[in-house]
Write a protein that binds this ligand. Structure first.
Ligand code: 5SP
Length: 307
């Protein structure tokens, strides 16, 4: 019981932070995010000594939704018990491939500035949504919008995504070695929760610097598939990263994304993941509410928040 109180208080502190920033922008604040404005000072000294635990947050990946009905799909997921909505922001304009390649190569050769443009556009082999869609969706939902940026220049999107109503802003460590401090500062200054993501081939040690020091990120997203598409197979080896991270950071939000569902949740939850992104397993289920509930209960049991 007491451990539940500690976790709720920790989570509430995060939520209050985002709610304040949303309200300054006259957005409707998510009722479920603002209902318990527990400040850290309300945690008793006894609770502070309790082993920590982090609450489950289940985030259906809207990449698997019917984009033509995004608002009603979002509403459906929230009514089924989703805590967050996961928004995959992917940009791929590969100027070096395809029918523009000759022109692009010539430009790259003579005008190095075009290399910057090419690099800035290419991260995954897919194109999904951007700030205009987030802004449209925000008009229809108060839910926490957990935005995962699969782009090579995340800094360029902080302002527009904040204005669009994003709640979380997760960027990739692979493309932010040089400017993550500035990124985190800007993301926080806009009232969003900063997170860092890593691809399957990236060692977990690469995110440690972003978790230490004065201005840390508040979530790590461990990709359990190669970023780019929904419906891929979960890579179990990634659980070593989650386990290592959980041992080192007991109170950190650790998110996993890719191939999560009833058949893989036990493995992810017991390794220590508490934020679960699930696309095809939720949207493709006959009873999505039941899947969301199963994912949540499995995480909360692993965190010993429920029996
Ligand atoms: O970001 C991605 C893929 O890059 C994910 O968010 C997927 O959308 C998850 O889908 P499933 O693997 O759960 O179907």
């Amino acid at each position: 019981m007491m451990r539940v109180g500690k976790a709720v208080a920790t989570v509430a502190a995060h939520r209050v932070f985002r709610c304040e920033s949303l309200s300054t922008k006259s957005l409707n604040t998510p009722a479920n995010l603002c209902s318990s404005p527990i400040s850290d000072t309300t945690i008793s000294p006894e609770l502070r000594k309790m082993p920590s635990a982090v609450e489950a947050k289940i985030a259906p990946s809207m990449l698997s939704s019917d984009f033509a009905n995004l608002a009603s799909e979002a509403e459906r997921m929230v009514s089924f018990g989703a805590d967050w909505l996961h928004m995959d922001i992917m940009i791929d304009v590969d100027l070096q491939d395809g029918y523009v390649s000759d022109l692009a190569k010539a430009l790259l050769l003579f005008f190095p500035i075009y290399q910057k443009l090419a690099d800035s556009c290419h991260f995954v082999q897919n194109l999904t949504i951007g700030a205009p869609v987030i802004a449209s969706l925000r008009k229809h939902t108060k839910a926490y919008l957990d935005c995962h940026l699969m782009v090579t220049n995340p800094l360029d999107y902080v302002d527009q995504l904040s204005k669009a109503g994003a709640s979380g802003f997760t960027f990739h460590v692979e493309v932010s070695q040089d400017n993550w401090q500035e990124l985190v500062t800007q993301i926080k200054s806009k009232g969003m929760k900063p997170g860092v993501a890593l691809k399957p081939g990236t060692p977990i040690e690469d995110v440690y610097p972003l978790l230490e020091g004065e201005n840390p990120v508040e979530m790590v997203l461990v990709m359990t598939v190669e970023p780019g598409f929904g419906g891929q197979k979960f890579i179990p080896d990634m659980m070593n990263k989650v386990r290592t991270l959980r041992e080192k950071y007991p109170e950190l939000d650790i998110e996993v994304d890719g191939g999560l569902g009833p058949s893989t949740i036990e493995e992810a939850a017991s390794a220590g993941a508490n934020c679960i992104v699930a696309g095809s397993s939720v949207f493709g289920a006959q009873d999505p509410a039941q899947v969301i509930s199963l994912l949540k209960t499995t995480v909360n049991k692993a965190q010993k928040l429920v029996k």
